[in-house]
Design a protein around this ligand. Structure first.
Ligand code: DGL
Length: 292
């Protein structure tokens, strides 16, 4: 089997991977966190595109035929270019998917009045990717984005349960709701925000729906794989065998259980990644450091 590549700037994509593994347990996964160059949330369009393309190429070289950008910032700033400009040159048979489209497609089942709030990193919000995607499918909706620059550092510094988090969560929710008091659905458009969901719930007005995206992305991926089963087969029909990460000797960072094999790769310290992973996955993992 070809592993499914799951990419994020760092740890946040693990919240998406966790949901994907629970909805699609019978696949192999190769997770890559570009921790050495994270955060992406405050970086320019060109840099996020370049870094994300490096990662996608790396995962393709490891045998992935399908890569999920489990990062809103990368999905917002790099996905379109990679799909339009790079994939046709690299290999038109391979696929790169993001997290924004599946989240947006779910909206009609969630909103009652079409007033949508989007919380994300400053980069995701400035890119207006959610606004554009929502307008394309549902031009009747009103979209209000709001950047929360402090939320990722709060989570990564293990401050998500402290009074400091209350201050920043309340402040940003207020600012968002002030921009459009009619918002009835708030998309958590950043992989880290599910870790703040208890605090977010406290400050969001009653009746407003909060939408973490992990499960939505996982369900959508399951559906996609059902329609494109060849993407997880190592040898495309009639094509040469791909270099698979599973063919070589056992690697550090390689976890196998009865159902699937998961390999965790990071561009920074493997020990630190393994330790921080417990925050996002609920268990520590063994990771391996790689150079892109
Ligand atoms: N994973 C990123 C996202 O979903 C947030 C972390 C970062 O800024 O790199 O937008």
């Amino acid at each position: 089997m070809a592993p499914i590549g799951v990419f994020d700037s760092g740890y946040g994509g693990l919240t998406v991977l966790k949901e994907i593994m629970s909805v699609i347990p019978d696949q192999d996964y190769l997770y890559l966190g570009d921790n050495a160059r994270a955060p992406y949330g405050t970086r320019s369009f060109d840099i996020v595109y370049r870094f994300t393309l490096d990662a996608v190429k790396y995962l393709f070289d490891q045998g992935c035929r399908l890569v999920v950008l489990a990062c809103n910032t990368a999905s917002a700033k790099a996905l379109r270019n990679i799909q339009m400009l790079d994939l046709p040159k690299i290999d038109p048979q391979r696929r790169v998917l993001g997290v924004i489209r599946p989240t947006v497609e779910k909206l009609p089942q969630l909103t009652r009045n079409g007033h949508i709030g989007v919380l994300g990193t400053p980069g995701t919000i400035q890119s207006q990717s959610y606004d554009l995607e929502i307008q394309k499918f549902f031009p009747q909706y009103t979209v209000t984005g709001h950047g929360c620059p402090m939320w990722v550092p709060l989570v990564e510094n293990r401050e998500a349960d402290t009074p400091g988090a209350d201050y920043f969560v309340e402040q940003e929710i207020r600012r968002l709701m002030r921009k459009d008091p009619e918002i009835d659905t708030i998309i958590l458009g950043c992989t880290h925000y599910p870790l703040l969901i208890d605090k977010i719930r406290q400050y969001v007005p009653e009746g407003v729906r909060i939408v973490p995206q992990g499960e939505i992305v996982a369900e959508s991926l399951k559906d996609y794989l059902g329609r494109h089963p060849g993407l997880t087969q190592a040898t495309p029909l009639g094509g040469p065998a791909l270099d698979g990460h599973l063919g070589g000797p056992a690697l550090d960072g390689h976890h196998a259980d009865a159902q699937h094999q998961v390999t965790y790769l990071t561009t920074e310290s493997a020990d630190r990644f393994g330790d921080m992973a417990s925050l996002f996955l609920g268990k520590p993992v063994k990771a391996r450091r790689v150079e892109l």
